[in-house]
Design a binder for this molecule. Structure first.
Ligand code: KG4
Ligand code: ZN
Length: 350
């Protein structure tokens, strides 16, 4: 690659080697590997574990085992698709936290071994920071300051970003995450795991105003979804007593109404935070940002206030290693490397 150096009497061009990062993600039930060259995604392979469907949720022990089975073929495929071989990799990145500890250990151990075998630096990445930086994978890139609503199966966060690695969580959920609420309500509706995408699908042909659920009053920029979940549970119990086939008969309308409620809670908080912070570039990230109603609501919010809005492509909303590689790309620039005795953590203060 050609690189121009300013600051000389005349600019000189020299040849510098590209930075090729191999990134591994294994925090939950997706085994993923990606190769990035100078921040550009060359490959992004994602193997979703199907074994959990029959249990209605992720079984940690089974997730770790599935990562062990998948990690070699997934990394192999990512390398092959990138057109590079191991000897051309400049650094190895992995998800260090947060996540299921057994799952994180598989990715961490594998990444460490590769880094040592190839004698390249190891880069530890925070999964939630990576969801935000998924916005930097493709144009249009958000401008700073940027406000991101990160909604996943385990987290709901409002994040203020001043620079790629300078982020602050200004709001979070006091109980369930938005994705967890989707998944648990889907389970009540006898939909398979993960329920979020199923609710989205059924809601397409439902009436979002058919049923009404409460909107919690939570201070500042925090969230709560346990009340919504409980009110749906009691509502369904009451209606099933009256009409045993209630769920079957009204599945689309229930899904559309639940989805409208959760999206409303999320979008109102995002709007409140944007108003309070004065940040105009806003976006959503994480698995729930794949939700069609949430994506539509974000676009409308932007149009209403004339704020630029950002939506990652579906592939980069749910868990993927490309976003881990994106954080690693910026950490590499700052030479933020991890030592080989680093251990993963199920939770982080971030
Ligand atoms: O970010 P992610 O892939 O994994 C975690 O880091 O948790 O998010 C997974 C969550 C699950 O709760 C899933 O139900 C939800 O994202 N999700 C959706 C949709 N697609 C994925 N929720 C609502 N609508 C969707 N279309
Ligand atoms: Zn995630």
């Amino acid at each position: 690659m050609l690189c121009n150096f300013a600051g000389f009497n005349h600019s000189v061009s020299v040849l510098v080697n590209p930075v090729n990062i191999l990134a591994v993600e294994s925090s939950c039930d997706e085994t993923s590997a990606a190769v990035l060259q100078d921040g550009r995604v060359l490959s992004n392979i994602i193997a979703t574990q199907k074994v959990h469907e029959q249990y209605g949720g992720v079984v940690p022990e089974l997730a770790s085992r599935a990562h062990l089975q998948q990690i070699v073929p997934v990394v192999d495929q990512a390398l092959r698709q990138s057109g590079l071989d191991g000897g051309q990799i400049t650094a190895v990145a992995f998800t260090q936290a947060p996540g299921l500890i057994g799952s994180l250990l598989v990715g961490a151990g594998f990444a460490k071994s590769l880094a040592q075998a190839w004698s390249v630096p190891l880069i530890a990445v925070n999964h939630m920071q990576a969801h935000v930086l998924a916005h930097w994978i493709e144009e249009p890139l958000p401008a700073f300051p940027f406000l991101c609503l990160t909604v996943s199966g385990g987290h709901t966060q409002l994040v203020r970003c001043k620079a790629p690695l300078d982020m602050q969580v200004i709001g979070t959920t006091l109980d369930d995450a938005a994705g967890e609420a989707f998944d648990k309500i889907a389970k009540m509706l006898e939909l398979p795991y993960p329920g979020g995408p199923m609710i989205d699908r059924y809601a397409q042909s439902g009436n979002p105003d058919a049923f009404h659920f409460p909107v919690p009053e939570i201070k500042d920029f925090d969230f709560s979804f346990s009340g919504v979940k409980t009110s749906v549970l009691y509502f369904l119990q009451k209606m099933k007593n009256r009409e045993p086939d209630f769920i079957l008969q009204h599945k689309n309308d229930i899904c559309a109404s639940v989805q409208k409620n959760i999206v409303h809670i999320l979008i109102k908080k995002l709007e409140k935070a944007a108003m309070a912070t004065g940040i105009r570039h806003i976006g959503i990230a994480g698995g729930v940002s794949a939700n069609s109603a949430l994506r539509h609501a974000l676009t409308l919010l932007g149009q209403q206030h004339n704020w630029p809005t950002y939506l990652p492509r579906f592939e980069y909303c749910t868990d993927n290693a490309a976003m881990i590689g994106m954080v690693a790309h910026y950490k590499y620039q700052q030479q933020q490397f991890a030592s080989l005795d680093i251990v993963p953590a199920a939770r982080t203060a971030w």
